[in-house]
Design a protein around this ligand. Sequence first.
Ligand SMILES: [Zn+2]
Length: 341
Amino acid sequence: MKIRILKKQLKRRGLTINSLVHFWDEAQTELSNKRALHHEAPSAPSTHAYIYRSELDYISRCILDYKNIETGGQLFGYWTSEGSPVVVYAIGPGRNANHQVAFFNQDMDYLVTIGTILVRHYGLHHIGEWHSHHQLGLAHPSGHDASTMADTIRNKNLGRFLLCIGNCTEKESALNPFNFVQEYGYNYVKAQWRVYDIESPYRNLVDLELHDLLEHPKTPHARYNMTATPQTSGQAFTQDNHYWISKKENRLVLKNILDFLSSSPVNGICKVQMDENHHVHIFIKHDKAQEHIYFPKEFPLMAPISTRDGNEISDYTWDFNGDILKAFINYYKSFNHYDGR
Ligand SMILES: [Zn+2]
């Protein structure tokens, strides 16, 4: 009905729907040409990130507090007119943060309490976050990190965000900045630090005024080597030296398993949890179902134990020949019927 009225009205003006579509296309082309001329196209992630020396020190001490598990926090500051982040004040983990081998979740009460004050009272912006891949041998965002970051930026319409990844050895830490821009999705840019070699004007002020609320690192002195590449050879660290992720290289395998589960064809939302025996559980939510994968004591000699929507899965293949990731991917595909991809 409405289309007919529209057609009638157009006809009176000597127009048709086709001519309207053509006009729209032309207008769009003109707009994009204009954008190109006036540099209005969405700008790519900045290749720089600014930070005050005091904040690098602070994060270094936080990283060195947890040399074998993940830790993290949030970054506050502002953006330059060129779209580079300026880190003015960093926080570390709250008391109830969840530190695990392959993931970190901030204490949300802590973040909300401190973050609100930093934004409302001190006029800073929540510009990014940081977490440490400790000695995992991964000095950049994991695939899971990148997709989580891109999704969060899109869902919350943040525009841009800074993710810093920390690493450490037994002696020193490193921190690398990665800039994300909404229009560029997962295509983040590894940025170069520009360090203001002074104490942030906010560090002492906020530390003093929020004295009763803040949690600070226990490590007394920052020690970093920003060019340090994390070592990948390793020694055992958990209580159960025989459990698979007590080997350092297998912690990287766990990361890769998570990357696989959160990317195509699975596209799952993954959560990792360690139980009281420090055994790994992965919870996956994707469009087809909710799954739970448990890695038993005997893994990888024995297959993982999985359930889908609460029902134990029995029609799987487990063919382990020394490559855990490969065996896992084939295992997962065998009961999800993904064809060879
Ligand atoms: Zn990560």
